[in-house]
Design a binder for this molecule. Structure first.
Ligand code: NDP
Length: 480
């Protein structure tokens, strides 16, 4: 049995109490490794190490910080197969997806911020002959970074890379459900020669480790990605302590399909935006609205294509839908399918747990599920399910679909399918969302602001916005 270790002060260490939690392989339902059940003492050790490292790291020239980040990026690329396999086993996602998306994007995060920091400039404001102002951008301090289980290394590094580039040192906590690639990242950082204490990774439960990071009186900044309820709890602790907060939270994204779209492209992408990663991507379009003229055709084609998706062992090349991340989450998704039925929903396909055979017989699988006949304001269409479950509903006018799309507490992403340019602009302008994809989904440009409105979060990641977050502006005014 493999023991995962914490990464503190440049070393792989056991948790102080030497207690461990079980780590499950969701494809088989078996315990395959053990995770440190760390506590406040471990967070304190990590804090002391990060605090000491901050003295040097915060004044290390950005060119030198960049070299470390680029080295980590290339080691992630070199270890692509190993990391992708680890991610697939830990999370249940198809190995192919981890190889094509998760791990390359994790490397890209380090690459982007390793080079981005070299182009990060601050402003000057001249008062003609009176004075000159210039803005210093100084790293905030020890940053607390907490990430979820759905895109484990990808989202973990999306926080760590800009924090390190900006000159912060970091205490990071991956989800206890998917710790393996964070552990492998600590080995990579050691190989890259990252100075001791610059990055510290403390494994364990959110309620213990996460909470200790959030409530630590000397950690001035928290970058969190996860559920809205957890984000609310974190804000209630961090806000009265005047911490800087970045919250990337849940979503209930609308996928709006007009009759004038490029139908084949839309259909192929809609399969992805509905079911990729078993629907466990915060950006998935789980509420699909279709212009009535093409509703019946779409329904027939979408159901047929969904039925072709192979649910299976994540390590199998043919698998399109892998395992749900945990038994608990599987049960939550199934309970939402039951709720949809009681709300009057008709299950067009899926709707059940899938029992595979042999070594996967105890794994957590759900057939991709399409539901119709629900009102836009019922619970199934308002609450985040975060699984391979979508609803389809017809609409007649732009106004009507905007009302339905904007009706949830969330506002993360929207997807729009139309060949009408004017309509694209109008709809994009009126959708309550931090991101609008038109005729595409999950296209990624790391320079763009990433995040949501309403209960989907506070602040933006990506581009220079993340470097702004991890630095504090200080204006210096010099009288002429
Ligand atoms: P959670 O909110 O349950 O957990 C996220 C992280 O927070 C985990 O590391 C968790 O640890 C930790 N945590 C839990 N409780 C606390 C606490 N009291 N204090 C500090 N940290 C805590 O989310 P999930 O892991 O279930 O992830 C799924 C959610 O994430 C979905 O709602 C999804 O929409 C959202 N998400 C948002 C994204 C975005 O960019 N907006 C991107 C990806 C996901 P532990 O695992 O041990 O509980």
């Amino acid at each position: 049995m493999q023991y995962i270790k914490n990464y503190i002060n440049g070393e792989l260490v056991e948790p102080t109490l030497k207690t461990y939690l079980d780590n499950y392989n969701p494809a088989t339902g078996e315990i395959y490794s053990l995770i440190p059940d760390s506590n406040e003492q471990d967070v304190e050790l990590a804090y002391q190490s990060a605090k000491n490292a901050f003295k040097e790291w915060s004044i290390t020239p950005k060119e030198k910080r960049s070299i470390y980040l680029l080295k980590i990026a290339s080691l992630i690329e070199k270890n692509l197969d190993k990391l992708a396999l680890a991610e697939s086993i830990d999370n249940g996602k198809p190995l192919k997806l981890a190889k094509m998306v998760d791990i390359p994007r994790a490397a890209a995060n380090f690459h982007f911020y390793g080079t981005g920091i070299l182009h990060y400039a601050s402003q000057a404001h001249s008062m003609e002959e009176t004075a000159i102002n210039y803005t210093l951008r100084q790293p905030v301090g020890v940053a607390g970074c907490i990430s979820p289980w759905n895109l484990p290394l990808y989202l973990f590094t999306w926080k760590i890379a800009p924090a390190l580039a900006a000159g912060c040192t970091v205490i990071a906590k991956p989800s206890e459900i998917t710790p393996m690639t964070a552990f492998l990242l600590s080995e990579i950082c050691i190989e890259a020669g990252l100075p001791a204490g610059v990055l510290n990774i403390v494994h364990g439960l959110g309620a213990k480790v996460g909470n200790a990071i959030v409530s630590h009186k000397n950690i001035p900044l928290i970058s969190f990605t996860g559920g809205t309820a957890t984000g609310k709890h974190i804000a209630s602790i961090a806000a009265p302590m005047f911490k800087k907060l970045s919250l990337e939270l849940g979503g209930k994204n609308a996928n709006i399909i007009f009759a004038d779209c490029n139908y084949d492209k839309m259909l192929a992408t809609t399969i992805q935006s509905s079911f990729a990663n078993q629907g466990q991507i915060c950006l998935c379009g789980s509420r699909i609205f279709i212009e009535r003229k093409i509703y019946e055709k779409f329904k027939t084609d979408f159901v047929a294509k969904t039925k072709e998706l192979t649910v299976g062992n994540p390590l199998d090349e043919k698998t399109k839908i892998g395992a749900i991340v945990s038994q608990q989450h599987q049960q939550k998704i199934l309970s939402y399918i039951e709720l949809a039925k009681t709300e009057g929903g008709k299950i067009l396909c899926g709707g059940t747990q899938i029992n595979l055979t042999d070594q996967n017989k105890n794994g957590y699988y759900i057939a991709p599920t399409i539901i119709e006949g629900l009102s836009y304001d019922c619970r199934t269409n308002q609450e985040e399910i975060f699984g391979p479950v979508v609803t389809i509903s017809p609409f007649d006018t732009e106004e009507e679909v905007l009302t339905m799309a904007n009706s949830t507490q969330y506002g993360l992403a929207s997807i729009l399918w139309t060949e009408n340019l004017t309509r694209s602009h109008q709809m994009a302008n009126n959708l309550h969302a931090g991101i609008v994809w038109v005729n595409c989904w999950l296209l990624r440009d790391l320079r763009t602001p990433f995040g949501g409105v309403k209960a989907s979060g506070v602040g933006r990641e990506g581009g220079f916005e993340a470097l702004d977050f991890f630095t504090e502006p200080k204006n210096v005014c010099i009288k002429m």
